[in-house]
Design a protein around this ligand. Structure first.
Ligand code: GTP
Ligand code: MG
Length: 204
């Protein structure tokens, strides 16, 4: 898919204030600092579209963008950031769960996982939550440039062994790097295909 246009629409703390057109939507979520904003910038080939930060917890709102005038992209706040207060965390949690469970347009939630780390309870629980609630999602292993390709394969193999303890099938997965652009084409092609299917569904 070629990105012909992308613009920032709005930042929100409330589901009901999110953009309203019936366009397919794709959201990016994951632990704080996993590289959500960086991945969005890489996919869109725009350096500063989504705010990137060395400090975890930068994205605190749902940020909506419109791409090619025909789909929405949402940058969600990171979960599991220890340094925010308990009450802030509860607010994030509520915002995220409300969004995930109620956003009609949501076609696929991309769950980002730092490829360097061993499976973390918080991510496994989150994936489980999506499964239980039948939310369509895909996993993206980020920051592949930080370790070699062999190490990437080893980590993913290990991750999938853990997943298979609770999942029947391995979910759709991508490998990405905001630095090298790895995964860009695959993720955009995937979105493109889902957009095509969403359109067919809407007209049938
Ligand atoms: P929050 O909004 O705080 O939840 O973080 P985020 O998930 O949006 O992460 P962000 O994109 O801000 O990136 C966090 C840090 O990781 C930044 O210092 C990025 O430069 C770095 N980073 C993100 N993706 C990559 C990557 O693919 N490769 C490398 N080498 N660094 C990355
Ligand atoms: Mg961010």
């Amino acid at each position: 898919m070629e990105i012909k246009s992308v613009s920032f629409l709005m930042s929100n703390t409330q589901l009901k204030a999110c953009p309203e057109k019936a366009l397919p939507e794709y959201a990016f979520i994951g632990r704080s600092n996993v590289g959500k904003s960086s991945l969005i910038n890489m996919l869109m080939q725009r350096k500063e579209l989504a705010k990137v930060s060395g400090k975890p917890g930068k994205t605190r709102l749902i940020n909506h963008f419109i791409v090619n005038d025909n789909w929405y992209l949402a940058d969600l706040p990171g979960y599991g950031y220890a340094k925010v207060s308990k009450s802030d965390r509860a607010v994030f949690h509520q915002l995220i769960t409300r969004y995930i469970l109620n956003r009609q347009q949501l076609v696929c939630l991309f769950v980002l996982i730092d490829v360097r780390h061993a499976p973390m309870e918080i991510d496994l629980e989150f994936l489980e939550y999506l499964g239980v609630n039948q939310i369509p999602f895909a996993m993206v292993f980020t920051k592949s440039d930080k370790i070699g390709p062999k190490a990437v394969q080893d980590r993913i193999k290990n991750y999938n062994e853990v997943l298979l303890k609770t999942w029947e099938d391995i979910p759709q997965q991508f490998i990405s790097s905001a630095t090298t652009g790895e995964g860009r084409e695959e993720i955009l092609d995937y979105i493109s295909e889902l957009n095509r299917l969403a359109k067919l569904e809407a007209t049938s």
